[in-house]
Design a protein around this ligand. Structure first.
Ligand code: AMP
Length: 542
């Protein structure tokens, strides 16, 4: 027997309808690419999203067509998201930090028909335009006054483009499983892979993100997503904030410590989200200028591990650091380190220990850890295994790739290695390809890195496995010192000694000027492995 409730498809544009109707006056503030601060609200965002949808419809964009955005976080980008999805097209967010060759590859793979781009990226796209023939026209996210002379095909300023229609338009209606958006993983090896979100998966994900123990914001709060809309579905914030009526503050192109601080301070931001590098810049700026942020309550941090020193810095300033783990394939929320009872009573280091885990999953994410034979491992907080996930916002397949990516129970292998404790708190110990296999045992490169960055002179640390004749692989610690600081191999090893098992101690330490990063800010271990592939450890003859 079926239930007798209404069939109300979970469609993304229903979120902006709700925001406009119930929270219409709630502000969306942006640092514009042109410079000045721009203020609008959810009612206007919806009205202009409808113009985008109507204009795309007039350009012949149909259900399932791909429309790309290459843009920073601003009100125009948000309007584009809802307009593209509301006409039934697929909003393809392109990460401008990828190499031009990768951007070309991705646009060709997606067969994007229209590209909406910020002023910043016009020169970049002009260089690859003749290699992306599927693109019929370019919309520059600006007004006529700021529109540059460009060789881009059929280019027009966004404001002129939407002014050609009146916005008297109805969203298209379709099944909730219709594709809404796509985002390619940056793939440090092999081709990028297209993750294809559905309307349903995005709405379900927004509901997961809305709980107090997830992103933690409400209608009375103000959220500043430093995380770009083009990184992993904006961590869901582009849907979550309007669905609750949370005020949004967009940082535009300026993500340095001083600019982010200024917006956090002037807009009295209560919640913010970004990767550790961004928070490092903010904390350095605040420390150097003795600044405070009395309104800031929650700092969501993910994308890579949040160092303990950073967690402590936010705790000390009275904010709650919320360490989060997830991935593009998960829309992206997987787990968040909220303090549930009895851990909320902990103090000092014991409290930091929990805040430093990657946290537990909200309802809607199932997890398990398995060994190499696919046998499920215990949740004892000690045993590590491959982390696998299942849920309504987790990928079932990649776009235009035939390979099955799920196991027999429908779980997706995240490529991460983790422990899970009896309370559901998960701790990432490595990427499966980065874990160091020493004499048949696993050593966590992330644990070693986290420990090494605690040394006062160390800016960043990376650990890779290097060939060893007896143990197969042993850890090599690669260190970038803070500007103007000095430290020796012995200083660093001495600092680590006693804090980890003896057999985890790196066999050697090398110093580099800069640790390489991927386009999403993660340590580029493939490059380091390449650089040190012939490295001979001092004790290799042992
Ligand atoms: P992306 O799809 O670019 O967001 O990358 C997802 C990957 O980033 C995950 O599979 C993890 O390896 C890594 N990652 C994300 N968040 C964290 C975190 N809090 N700690 C450690 N690694 C993380």
């Amino acid at each position: 027997m079926l239930g007798l409730m209404q069939d109300w498809p979970l469609l993304c544009h229903r979120i902006i309808d709700h925001a406009a109707k119930v929270h219409g006056e709630r502000e969306v503030v942006s640092r514009s690419i042109e410079g000045p601060i721009h203020r609008t609200n959810y009612a206007n965002i919806r009205a202009r999203s409808l113009q985008v949808a109507q204009r795309l419809d007039r350009d012949g964009i149909k259900l399932g067509d791909r429309v790309a955005t290459i843009a920073w976080n601003t009100w125009r980008h948000l309007e584009s998201w809802y307009g593209i999805m509301g006409v039934g097209a697929i909003c393809h967010t392109v990460n401008p930090r990828l190499f031009p060759d990768q951007i070309t590859w991705i646009i060709n793979h997606a067969q994007d028909r229209i590209v909406l781009l910020d002023l910043t990226f016009v020169p970049l796209v002009e260089k690859i335009a003749d290699q992306i023939p599927s693109v019929e026209r370019y919309i520059v996210l600006t007004d006529r006054e700021h529109m540059p002379a460009t060789t881009l095909k059929n280019a027009i300023a966004y404001e002129d483009w939407i002014a050609e229609v009146d916005g008297n338009f109805k969203w298209k209606s379709f099944d909730e499983n219709t594709a809404a958006a796509m985002c390619y993983t940056s793939g440090t090896t092999g081709d990028p892979k297209g993750v294809l979100y559905s309307h349903r998966s995005n709405v379900m994900h927004a509901l997961m993100a809305n709980t107090g123990d997830s992103l933690g914001a409400n209608a009375a709060d103000t959220m500043l997503p430093v995380v770009p809309l083009f990184h992993a579905n904006s961590w869901g914030i582009a849907f979550s904030a309007p669905s609750m009526g949370t005020k949004l503050v967009f940082p535009g192109a300026k993500l340095d410590g001083a600019s982010v601080y200024e917006l956090l301070e002037t807009e009295k931001v209560t919640h913010t989200a970004g990767v550790p590098t961004v928070w490092l810049m903010l904390l350095n700026h605040m420390a150097a200028n003795k600044l405070k942020l009395p309104h800031l309550r929650t700092v969501v941090c993910g994308g890579s591990a949040m160092p303990r020193s950073m967690i402590k810095a936010f705790v000390d300033m009275g904010a709650t650091p919320r360490h989060a783990w997830g991935m593009t394939e998960m829309s992206p929320i997987g787990t968040l380190a909220a303090l549930k009872p009895p851990f909320d009573q902990l103090e000092g280091d014991a409290r930091l220990d929990i805040l430093q885990t990657q946290g537990y999953p909200p309802f809607g994410v199932e997890m398990k850890i398995t060994d190499d034979a696919d046998k499920e491992l215990p949740w004892d907080g000690k045993t590590f295994g491959r982390l696998k996930v299942r849920g309504p916002s987790v990928s079932a397949a990649y776009y235009r790739v035939d390979t099955n990516i799920l196991d027999d129970e429908g779980f997706f292998d995240t490529g991460d290695v983790a422990t899970i404790d009896a309370h559901g708190y998960m701790r990432i110990t490595d990427r499966s390809k980065d874990v160091i296999k020493s004499g048949g045992e696993w050593i966590s490169s992330i644990d070693l890195e986290n420990l090494a960055v605690g040394h006062p002179q160390v800016a960043e640390a990376a650990v890779i496995g290097v060939y060893h004749p007896k143990w197969d692989e042993r850890p090599l610690l690669i260190v970038q010192l803070k500007a103007g600081q000095t430290a020796t191999r012995e200083d660093i090893l001495h600092y680590m000694d006693g804090k980890i098992a003896k057999w985890w101690m790196p066999d050697d330490v090398v110093f580099v000027d800069a640790i390489p990063h991927t386009a999403t800010g993660k340590i580029l271990k493939t490059a380091l492995r390449d650089q040190f592939k012939t490295y001979s450890l001092p004790n290799a003859a042992a």
